[in-house]
Design a protein around this ligand. Structure first.
Ligand SMILES: [Zn+2]
Ligand SMILES: [Zn+2]
Length: 482
C-alpha cells in the first residue's frame, strides 16, 4: 500500500515519504533526537516496550537503563516474481514498498547472490526471482538491547517502540517528549527517533528558533515559516535512506521536545495550524535569521543558485531608504549610523536582540593565523559585499603571499565566528571589528519581526514584509492508497 500526502489547497502530491505516516488525517513525523550506545528513559506513568516485529511487549515503571548489546545485522533479500535477475546487488535509490511477505532474512552477512541461493530456505524459489537489496533501503534492522532496572535485566530485539501515557524523558538530551519513541539501529548505534504529530513537532521547534518571550504575532510568523521549512524538508527528503524524516539540529530545525514550550508558543502553532507560505503554488523557501542589521540579503549571494524573487535584498523598514550597501564606504557609513530600522534595538528589546543588532569584537592576530593556517598576518582587505553589506570576498596578506576567502559563512568563521558578515575592520593587531546583524540575513529578520509585532502588526503582515509575493495557504493532509 502506497501512502500519498496531498496538500489540497495547492494540489501538491507528495511521492511516497520514507517514514512519515498519516494516521487519522494527521501527519506523523519521525525525528531523530539522538544516536547512542546507552541511555536512560523514564516517565511518570508505566513505559511500554514493544518489539516492532513481534508480539513481545513488556511494561516497566520508573527509570530504565537501555544498552545496545548486539549490533549484528542480517542482510536482506527481496523475492519478486516479475523482474529479471539483472539486479544482482542492491540499488541504492530503489523505493521499496514495505511488505513483510517480500522480505526474508538470512543469517550470513553477505551481499553475494550465490550465498543466498545456497540457503535451504530459498530452495523453493526460482533463482531469477531473487534480488539482493541494500539493507539501508529497508525499514528493518536488527540488534538487541538490554533493559536494566534494579539489577533486573530484560532483553528485546530491535526495532523497539516505547510508549507511555505521560511524556517520556530521555537522559542524554535531558528533554521530555510526547508521542512515541522508536529505537532502531544504524552504524552500531541506537537511533532514538521520536514519532509524533507534525503540529506537535512544530510546538517543539518554535521556542528554540525565536525564544520564549517574543510577542505572539512574531511567534505566529515564526510558526508559519518553521512549518513551511518542515514541509519542504519532508518533500525534498532531507534525510534519504534513513529511518527518520527530520533531525533535531539546525540541519533541519532545532527541536527539543517539550523544552521551553509555554502557552504562547503552543498557541502560535495552534492558531496558525496547517498554514504554510506558497510561491507559485509551491512551498516557499521560508528561511529566517536573527537580525539583518538594516537590509536583508539576496539568497543567491549567501548560497549561490539563481535569484529567488521573494528572497532578494530589501530595506527592513517601512520606507525603503537604504540603498544597496555593496561598497565598503556605504556599508561602513551604515554600520556607524544610528538610523531606525525594524530590527534596531529599542527600550523594549531584550539583551539578545540588542546584541544581535550591533556589536564589536576583538580578535587576536594569532587566532586568525591559527584558523587560516598562515604565518605573519599583515593585513585584511574587504573586496566584495552583498547588497546587505555582508562581506562575501576578502583577502588576507601574510608573510608567504595572499589568501582569498569567499562566502559570508567562511569569512565569518575565519574571524572567530562573527555574528554576521556585515562589518568593517576598525583597527588591526589585534583586529577590532564593528558590525551589525546576526545570521545570514536572508528571509525573515526575527528581531525585526519581534519589533513589528510590538507595533501591533499581525503575523500575516509581518510575513508579507519579509516574503513579499508569497501567500499563506492552509495545508490539508489527505490519505490516499494506491
Ligand atoms: Zn536534518
Ligand atoms: Zn532586520
Amino acid at each position: 500500500m502506497r501512502i500519498l500526502v496531498r496538500i489540497t489547497t495547492i494540489l501538491l502530491v507528495f511521492s511516497i515519504l520514507y517514514t512519515a505516516e498519516i494516521f487519522d488525517e494527521k501527519l506523523l513525523v519521525d525525528v531523530l533526537i539522538a544516536e547512542t550506545e546507552q541511555f536512560e528513559i523514564s516517565s511518570t506513568t508505566p513505559l511500554q516496550f514493544r518489539e516492532v516485529n513481534s508480539p513481545v511487549s513488556i511494561e516497566i515503571k520508573g527509570q530504565v537503563q537501555i544498552q545496545l548489546i548486539d549490533s549484528a545485522y542480517h542482510e536482506a533479500i527481496e523475492l519478486t516474481f516479475s523482474t529479471s535477475d539483472k539486479n544482482m546487488q542492491g540499488e541504492s535509490d530503489r523505493k521499496l514498498e514495505w511488505n513483510n511477505n517480500h522480505l526474508v532474512f538470512v543469517k550470513d552477512e553477505t551481499t553475494k547472490r550465490e550465498s543466498f541461493l545456497s540457503e535451504d530456505q530459498l530452495n523453493s524459489f526460482l533463482e531469477k526471482n531473487i534480488n539482493v537489496i541494500s539493507r539501508r533501503n529497508i525499514k528493518i534492522f536488527e540488534g538487541q538491547i538490554c533493559l536494566t532496572q534494579n539489577s533486573t535485566k530484560q532483553y528485546l530485539d530491535l526495532p523497539v517502540e516505547v510508549v507511555s501515557a505521560s511524556p517520556i524523558t530521555i537522559s542524554i538530551t535531558g528533554f521530555n517528549y510526547t508521542g512515541s519513541l522508536f529505537i532502531s539501529i544504524e552504524n552500531e548505534k541506537m537511533e532514538l527517533i521520536n514519532r509524533l504529530d507534525f503540529e506537535e513537532y512544530l510546538c517543539g521547534v518554535v521556542p528554540n528558533e525565536i525564544g520564549t518571550n517574543s510577542p505572539e504575532e512574531a511567534m505566529k510568523a515564526q510558526a508559519v515559516a518553521a512549518r513551511t521549512i518542515a514541509v519542504s524538508n519532508l518533500l525534498s527528503r532531507k534525510h534519504p535512506h534513513s529511518h527518520y524524516d527530520l533531525c533535531a539540529s539546525t540541519h533541519c530545525q532545532v527541536y527539543k521536545g517539550l523544552y521551553n514550550q509555554n502557552s504562547i508558543t503552543k498557541k502560535s502553532v495552534r492558531e496558525t495550524s496547517g498554514e504554510i507560505l506558497l510561491f507559485n503554488n509551491k512551498p516557499a523557501v521560508a528561511v529566517y535569521h536573527s537580525c539583518c542589521g538594516g537590509r536583508t540579503e539576496d539568497s543567491s549571494i549567501v548560497w549561490g543558485g539563481s535569484k529567488i524573487p521573494y528572497l532578494t535584498s530589501k530595506t527592513d523598514a517601512k520606507r525603503d531608504f537604504i540603498s544597496p550597501l555593496n561598497t565598503n564606504s556605504k556599508a561602513e557609513n551604515w554600520i556607524k549610523s544610528n538610523k531606525s530600522v525594524n530590527c534596531k534595538d529599542n527600550k523594549e528589546s531584550s539583551s539578545w536582540e540588542k546584541k544581535a543588532y550591533s556589536w564589536t569584537k576583538t580578535i587576536q592576530t594569532k587566532d586568525i593565523e591559527e584558523k587560516l593556517s598562515i604565518k605573519g598576518l599583515k593585513n585584511i582587505t574587504i573586496q566584495e559585499r552583498g547588497n546587505s553589506g555582508r562581506v562575501i570576498k576578502m583577502t588576507v596578506k601574510h608573510s608567504r603571499g595572499t589568501l582569498t576567502l569567499t562566502g559570508e559563512y567562511k569569512i565569518r568563521s575565519s574571524l572567530g565566528n562573527l555574528p554576521s558578515g556585515l562589518f568593517y575592520i576598525k583597527s588591526k593587531h589585534p583586529f577590532q571589528i564593528v558590525g551589525k546583524g546576526s545570521g545570514h540575513g536572508v528571509g525573515m529578520c526575527q528581531t525585526g519581526a519581534i519589533n513589528l509585532a510590538r507595533e501591533k502588526q499581525n503575523y500575516k503582515k509581518i510575513l508579507n514584509h519579509y516574503y513579499e509575493g508569497c501567500n499563506i495557504a492552509k495545508m490539508k493532509i489527505k490519505q490516499e492508497h494506491q
